[in-house]
Ligand binder design. Structure first.
Ligand SMILES: NC(=O)c1ccc[n+]([C@@H]2O[C@H](COP(=O)([O-])OP(=O)(O)OC[C@H]3O[C@@H](n4cnc5c(N)ncnc54)[C@H](O)[C@@H]3O)[C@@H](O)[C@H]2O)c1
Length: 670
């Protein structure tokens, strides 16, 4: 037999030889529940030997035992020993080592995703959405950092489901990092398939910006939630274009990573809101951060508080500590008028801890997840069915309910309630309640190209954020459309609304040209030394980056919403045009196999090279979505694409559809 390869001497970049001290776990920091795995004995061996690939063989005996213990008690191998001690923060870029600005910038973003104040389960590398991880384990984290420190502007770091495959030569206009997460081969692309792959250490659930390293705390979703609520008010409650939701009541559930934005968004839109949350630690976090204004321990208290605020037209968000189903029961029984209603529990993984069933406390739910999974599943199903029943009853009294992209409708259907399906049988024709994209965000924003553009001031200086807010505001023409006016007001008031959690970042919905103009302006400001370097990005929840038939592409009606070509083209096109970081994931906010989504990060260093990339890549990133939406015959997208064809006639051209007369088609059918 040939001698085994001495990997240690064949590599220049490895995690350090010496094992770090086992770190302490800080009291009060949320921990992920046990994760489902159902591994065979040989799978367990595979999981341990897979994790040992990062470790020098001198330590294998010790670490094999430690990994086996983690697998047994946690369902996953996180490599806790390799977590750097203490809290992590996205520090100012100058404090990071690196051979190029992108290598240092990306380290800021990763550390921000793992900040105790930002991340949902920081010890398990979960940023948000119950399962959305930066990478699989802390050995990968350490190795990624080593690679980012070495990365030059003529290399690309290749990331596969959290594993840094290596550095490969590219060129100065290539992405510095290309990352993919959980891209499973079709026949294995299921929850069970994913859980096994994650447990043996070959798959990472990146969600969207968790694995794309561009999460910016609950601020990342708050502008979209605000837009959704305000436009729901305009479309469904008859609120005037200049008005707000003063005096209206919004009810929902969840104060976690993303759902934590609901209270703040409702307040900015002028409403009173009651958000149910079963986990007291999350209520504490959101209250201390100022993302809810009041806390109620009983339904009675919550409703009294809300009604007082409605009467005085005062915006006010209340966290109700309890189960959403109990709250809805109370609202129905006491005939409380609810204007808008949604849900943002983690229903993309209802059986893995995402949804807490009625009658079960949060602590009990966590215990049950490591014990009787079948009994837990039955309770989740029962609760979801009751939840649905109450929504139907409140809807009957005039409440507008919408799915907020958490797979709630699908989860109710899977829980054995076919009444939620349009055809009364299965989800093939969609559901009786609309997804917020279908009714609101799709036609009003995505079809025009408006989406969640964001930036992070890498200096960490609040003054830089102030300067960029002002510059962005000056790039918007508020008189063009009501969407522009909304966005202009949003950025004007952003500082006042205290949205920053973690690094100095901002979210601002913009269309293709708005994003490009703002990006070019910021790069000019970096060039002139007015601000430090900036990382641009966006949520994956956008016009072009995501194919998700129950969410982002739910208003695509030409049958192509089951295809994932757009997300892949968007990702490939962004890579081809030189974005600094490009990401493509399976699953996103709706769960494994239900979406393909991609995002980007773009470092502004003030150079002309970056100006060139911005001019090519930013319009592409958005217009791929508008073009696809216009081909699906979406009215506003058709208008936007036609206008683009005129404006960019020298360089770009979008194929537009001829619209068939319905009667001609009907008459032709044999
Ligand atoms: N619409 C969007 O733009 C968007 C964006 C990101 C995420 N999402 C989806 O929204 C969902 C929530 O995301 P998140 O990051 O906030 O997840 P999260 O897991 O951090 O938060 C969900 C919260 O719901 C609470 N909860 C669960 N069951 C409950 C119940 N029955 N009653 C009251 N509270 C309950 C949990 O304790 C948790 O705090 C996910 O499914 C995610 O994929 C949607």
């Amino acid at each position: 037999m040939s001698k085994p390869l001495d990997a240690y001497s064949a590599m220049k970049i490895t995690i350090d030889y010496d094992l770090p001290e086992y770190p302490d776990f800080k009291e009060g920091v949320r921990r992920a529940p046990y994760r489902e795995s159902r591994l065979s004995a040989s799978d367990k061996e595979l999981a341990i030997s897979n994790a040992l690939r990062y470790i020098h063989p001198d330590h294998h005996r010790q670490m094999a035992k430690e990994f086996a213990e983690e697998l047994q008690t946690r369902g996953r191998i996180y490599g806790y020993r390799f977590r750097p001690p203490g809290d992590l923060h996205g520090r100012p870029i100058d404090e990071y080592n690196g051979s190029c600005v992108e290598g240092r910038a990306i380290q800021v973003m990763i550390d921000n995703n793992l900040d105790f104040d930002v991340a949902l389960y920081p010890y398990e590398l979960v940023t948000y959405g119950e399962t959305g991880q930066v990478c699989q384990n802390w050995m990968q984290y350490r190795l990624i950092k080593k690679y980012l420190e070495r990365l030059t502007d003529e290399q690309t770091l290749v990331m596969m489901s959290g594993h840094p495959l290596g550095l490969f030569r590219s060129h100065s206009l290539s992405p510095r990092v290309i990352t993919t997460n959980a891209l499973m081969v079709g026949m294995f692309d299921s929850n069970d398939g994913f859980n096994r792959a994650a447990a043996i250490g070959v798959a990472n659930y990146g969600q969207m910006t968790a694995g794309g390293w561009m999460y910016i705390g609950p601020q990342g979703i708050v502008h979209g939630t605000f837009n959704t609520l305000l436009n729901a008010g305009r479309i469904k409650l008859g609120i005037h274009e200049d008005g707000n939701l003063a005096g209206k009541l919004f009810v929902s559930a969840g104060l976690g990573g993303m759902s934590g934005a609901q209270g703040k968004a409702a307040e900015i839109a002028g409403a009173a809101a009651i958000i149910a949350e079963v986990d007291s630690s999350r209520i504490k976090t959101r209250y201390e951060q100022g993302w809810v204004s009041g806390v109620a321990e009983t339904c009675e208290e919550a409703v009294a508080m809300a009604q007082e605020k409605q009467a005085s037209m005062t915006p006010f968000a209340i966290a109700y500590h309890g189960n959403i189903v109990d709250l809805l029961e109370y609202l129905y029984e006491h005939d409380v008028r609810v204007d808008l209603m949604s849900d943002q529990t983690s229903c993309h993984v209802p059986y893995d801890g995402g949804y807490c069933p009625q009658g079960v406390s949060f602590e009990e739910r966590t215990r049950m997840l490591s014990g009787d999974k079948d009994a837990f599943r039955a309770l989740v199903d029962k609760s979801l069915r009751r939840h649905f029943e109450l929504i139907v009853k409140l809807h009957g009294r005039g409440t507008y309910f919408f799915d907020y992209g958490n797979s709630f409708l699908k989860a109710v259907c899977d829980a054995g309630e076919p009444g939620i399906c349009k055809n009364g049988e299965n989800d093939l024709d969609g559901f009786i309640f609309p997804s917020y994209v279908e009714d609101i965000l799709g036609p009003q924003l995505f079809d025009f190209g408006y989406g969640p553009f964001r930036w992070c001031c890498l200096s960490g200086k609040p003054e830089d954020l102030d300067k960029t807010d002002e510059a962005a505001m000056n790039c918007i023409e508020p008189g063009r459309r009501y969407q522009d006016r909304d966005n202009w007001i949003w950025v004007r008031d952003a500082k006042k609304n205290k949205l920053v959690v973690g690094t100095q970042c901002r979210i601002l919905y913009q269309d293709a040209l708005g994003r490009m103009n703002i990006a070019l302006k910021f790069n000019e400001m970096v060039r002139k030394g007015e601000i430090g370097p900036v990382m641009l990005g966006r949520d994956h929840h956008d016009t072009g980056g995501t194919d998700s038939p129950f969410r982002e592409t739910s208003n695509i009606k030409d049958g192509s919403n089951i295809m994932a070509d757009m997300a892949v083209q968007c990702f490939a096109g962004n890579a081809a045009r030189g974005m600094s970081l490009v990401a493509l994931h399976n699953g996103g906010g709706v769960g494994v196999s239900k979406a393909v989504n991609g995002g980007f990060g773009m470092v502004l260093d003030g150079s002309e090279r970056v100006d060139g990339i911005l001019r090519m890549a930013i319009p592409w990133d958005v217009m791929v979505g508008v073009a696809r939406r216009s081909w699906a015959r979406n009215e506003n997208a058709l208008e936007t694409a036609a206008e683009y064809n005129k404006l960019f006639c020298e360089s770009d051209h979008i194929t537009l559809p001829y619209i068939a007369d319905e009667n001609v088609v009907k008459d032709a059918i044999i």
